[in-house]
Every structure is written in structure tokens, then in C-alpha cells.
Design a protein around this ligand. Sequence first.
Ligand code: ATP
Length: 284
Amino acid sequence: MKVFEKAPAKINLMLDVLRKREDGYHEVEMIMTMVDLADRIEMQELPRDTIMISSQAGYIPLDEKNLAFQAARLIKDRYDVKQGVYIHLDKKIPVAAGLAGGSSDAAATLRGLNRLWELGIPTDELQRLGAELGSDVPFCVTGGTAIARGRGEKLEPIESPPQCWVILAKPPINVSTADVYGKLRANAIQHHPSAELVLEAIRLKRFDLLCDRLGNVLEEVTLDLYPEVRRLKECMLRLGAEGVLMSGSGPTVFGLVSKEAKVARIYNGLRGFCKDVFAIRLLT
Ligand code: ATP
């Protein structure tokens, strides 16, 4: 038996950090949505009680450090599954990019193994398991568009943003999420974006307002550490993207574009800047 799952990338339309908590985590408020760029995950039963993992991507760990491996082990342990599984990850999402690639792989593995082993685990329980693997995993279990609070695990689904083109560009640097949060001074944030205003723009289906109201407080850290990310943002705006923001802790920058006629020009303009450029749609 074999099952397949798609693991799409996420972008943050808004990311705010409210405070640093006593437990060391940050209290966040984020609006997240999925885009049509996905890893493809194949899961196949193994007769032996073991977890094996492979990928065409040479640059991710293929042992217990892989989030898909951790997801498989968690579900096996918790539900006392004695069968083994072979997991193949066909990676399309750039790694360490701020697009939650690893988290989405973990979430897709939880969904896939729930089917493969016919465990009948309800979605909210899959999300609770996901929270043990990482703050973005619960959102990735269901996808769609949601506002997340707490560490990112308290989720409320919201309606989809107006459909548009999304240009993703990742400069050739790797950014550690832990490092960016570590350098953020939560009580000295200059400008907090408003979840309320972003939600209003989505409710009113006002693409122009949505573009104006995008915001991510982690830009304050990453743009200072990596000036090329700031230059990339400026370049996307100059080329005609209507709303431009860094996703997650970066370094990927996304541009929202309403008119297809503009897409090729922006895409080609960015290709001179970096190799990883994608022109895709929102997954609504
Ligand atoms: P987030 O936005 O959730 O912080 P990210 O997009 O910045 O995620 P990932 O692509 O998830 O980052 O990779 C972060 C780290 O996790 C990398 O250093 C990578 O080696 C490791 N990793 C573990 N499992 C995976 C996986 N299945 N796919 C990609 N990276 C993985």
C-alpha cells in the first residue's frame, strides 16, 4: 500500500510578535495562507518496523532530524503502530526559506500515515500531535487561511484572500528562524501590523487594502542582518508588485500581483537577482 500527499508552502500576510513569554517562546499573531508550490510526499508500507526516508534534494537531513521522520515516529509511538514506512520527499519548496517547508512535510506525513494505517485520528488530534513537532505544523495540517495566536498553535480559520498571483523570490542565503527570534527585541518593536485591518481587507475582498496592510515585525531583524533582502523587496516593488513582504523569518520575499500581464516582467526581472523565483497562485 502507498499513499501520496501534497505539502504546500505557506506565506504570512501578517506576522506580529506581542511579547516574549516566561517559557521563552514568543506570543505571536499571524495570518497565514497556502500557495500553490508544494512538496510531494510518498509513503509506502514496509514489512519491517522501521522508518526510512529519502529525497531527491541533497541538502536536507534524512535521519531523525527530518521533520517528516519525526512526524512518523510520533504517530507510530502514540498509536503503537508496529508496521514500518518508507517516506520519499520530492522537495520543491526551498529549504530554510520562511515558507514552512519542513512543517508542511511533517503535517502531510501525519495526514498520510493516518490514511495508510487507517488510524481514524480526527483532524484536531492531528493538529495537537503537530504542535509537538513545531509551531507551524498545526496550521499546515489543515491549510487554508487562518489567524494563529499563542505560539502559533491556536488557530482560527478565516476566509481566503482575494485570488492573485504570488511571486516568491529566495535570495541565496539561509536564515535560521531561531536566530531571528533570538535577535528580536519584542518590547522595542517600532511598528506593529494590525491583524484587524488585514482581516477587514480580506473580508471586504479589497486587494489594494490587503497589499497596503501587509506587515511582518521580523523584517526589522532580517533586513538589518541581510541587506540583500531589503534590496530584493525594493526591486519587487519597482518591478510593479502591488504588495511586498518577507515571509516568516525570511529570507523569501513575496509579491502579490493582481494582473497576469505584469507577472512575466516581474519574474524575469527577479531572475537576474536570484535563482529561486516562482510565479504561482494562492491556494484558495
Ligand atoms: P519555518 O518558516 O517554519 O521556520 P522554514 O521554511 O524557514 O520553516 P524549513 O524549510 O522547514 O524552514 O527548514 C528549516 C530546517 O529544518 C532546515 O535547516 C532543514 O535542514 C531542516 N529540515 C528538517 N526536515 C526538513 C524537511 N522535511 N524539509 C526541509 N527542511 C527540513
